[in-house]
Design a protein around this ligand. Structure first.
Ligand code: SAM
Ligand code: SF4
Ligand code: FES
Length: 346
């Protein structure tokens, strides 16, 4: 095994120059993958955790330049799920064996704190054995506290890029890297299991930006780290920009597994979108979570954050079966428990 990879595996860290070498070369890919798989198996065995993803709203008041849900996208078809629709997704998900529900959406002012708390409390009451994850963007500390008290346990908020100058090129002026990071620290202090992460190959991203992302994650120590390739969306200002690659995403996944052996690392839908075997490859590179879509099929195409998103025509049960086969074909096993983080070895 190559010594750089071995060093990363043993020390869980490298200098910036060493990281740059690993990130910019394809020479270490197979060693990286094997080392990452060994570390993942040591900590989590062959388990792959399933999270049922419910995309509750495609309305968003923000204008992130890369995202198809941005407020300025006048071509976007908008929808929001009712309380009853969300609860019936949970019912279907529970029957399919999911023990984590992820409620994700644009920053939709319709979903006031009262409405969110009411839905969270109802899910908490009906499914006391399930984890409730929210991914609803940047809120005040008070709002996060209210959701937590209502019964939410986890929150996903990718930092997107840890470099303020790069952040400013991806977002309008009213959004800041600083506030995003503030949100993540607030969430952690409140007691949430926190997920952060970034897009790989986002416009203007440099290797130095990726290293800054790793350094920020070392500081934050999140429970989950979600990364996926940036994928171009035709109705955004970045419509002419290139998408990220599966190759670099897989390399970053393996590096993350070696730096954060304990972490929950999803093999994302975006990875499955840019490569037909992307999710299987993501699992083999160190990923141990998949997030199948539980949203009603009637709305799925409208949650068009990027082009050509997979799983938009399939029923939830079809995705469940399909994913189980894919997980097995990659050499792993889908498990239906809550899949909490393992900070120490079992
Ligand atoms: N609005 C919430 C937020 O921004 O955190 C949650 C929903 S947002 C659609 C979820 C994630 O989608 C973002 O964190 C971003 O990383 C990812 N995303 C948005 N546009 C994307 C694109 N064009 N390609 C890949 N991922 C994208
Ligand atoms: Fe809205 Fe999230 Fe898309 Fe930004 S990434 S436009 S906050 S849905
Ligand atoms: Fe959705 Fe394969 S996972 S169809």
């Amino acid at each position: 095994m190559n010594s750089l990879v071995e060093k990363l595996k043993n020390t869980r860290d490298l200098s910036d120059i060493e990281l740059k070498t690993l990130i910019e070369s394809d020479e270490y890919d197979e060693e990286l993958r094997q080392a990452a798989d060994a570390v993942r198996r040591e900590r989590y065995g062959d388990a792959v955790f399933l999270r049922g993803l419910i995309e509750i709203s495609s309305y968003c008041k923000n204008n992130c330049l890369y995202c198809g849900l941005r407020a300025g996208n006048l071509h976007a078809e908008r929808y929001r799920l009712s309380r009853e629709e969300i609860l019936s997704c949970c019912e279907e998900g529970y029957a399919l064996g999911y023990r984590t529900f992820v409620l994700q959406g644009g920053e939709d002012p319709y979903f006031t704190d009262e409405r969110i708390c009411e839905i969270v409390a109802e899910i908490r009451m009906r499914y006391p054995d399930c984890a409730i994850t929210l991914s609803l963007g940047e809120k005040s500390r008070e709002s996060y506290e209210r959701y937590y008290k209502a019964g939410a346990n986890r929150y996903l908020l990718r930092h997107e890029t840890a470099d303020p100058a790069h952040y400013a090129r991806l977002h309008p002026e009213n959004m800041s890297c600083e506030n995003r990071k503030r949100c993540l620290y607030d969430l952690k202090e409140i007691g949430y299991q926190v997920g952060s992460g970034f897009m790989v190959g986002s416009p203007y991203q440099t290797t130095e930006n990726l290293i800054a992302d790793l350094r920020f994650l070392q500081e934050l120590q999140p429970d989950m780290i979600g990364i996926g390739p940036y994928i171009t969306q035709k109705d955004t200002p970045f419509c002419d920009m290139k998408s990220g690659t599966a190759e670099l995403t897989l390399r970053m996944l393996s590096i993350l597994r070696l730096m954060f052996p304990y972490a929950l690392l999803p093999s994302t839908t975006a990875l499955g979108t840019i490569h037909p075997m992307g999710r299987e490859m993501g699992l083999r590179a160190g990923g141990n979570v998949v997030m199948p879509n539980l949203s009603p099929v009637s709305v799925r195409k409208k949650y068009a954050i990027y082009d050509d998103k997979i799983c938009t025509g399939e029923e939830s049960a079809q995705c469940r079966g399909c994913l189980e086969r894919r997980i097995e074909s990659a050499g792993y096993r889908a498990v239906t428990d809550r899949g909490d983080v393992r900070r120490v070895r079992k």
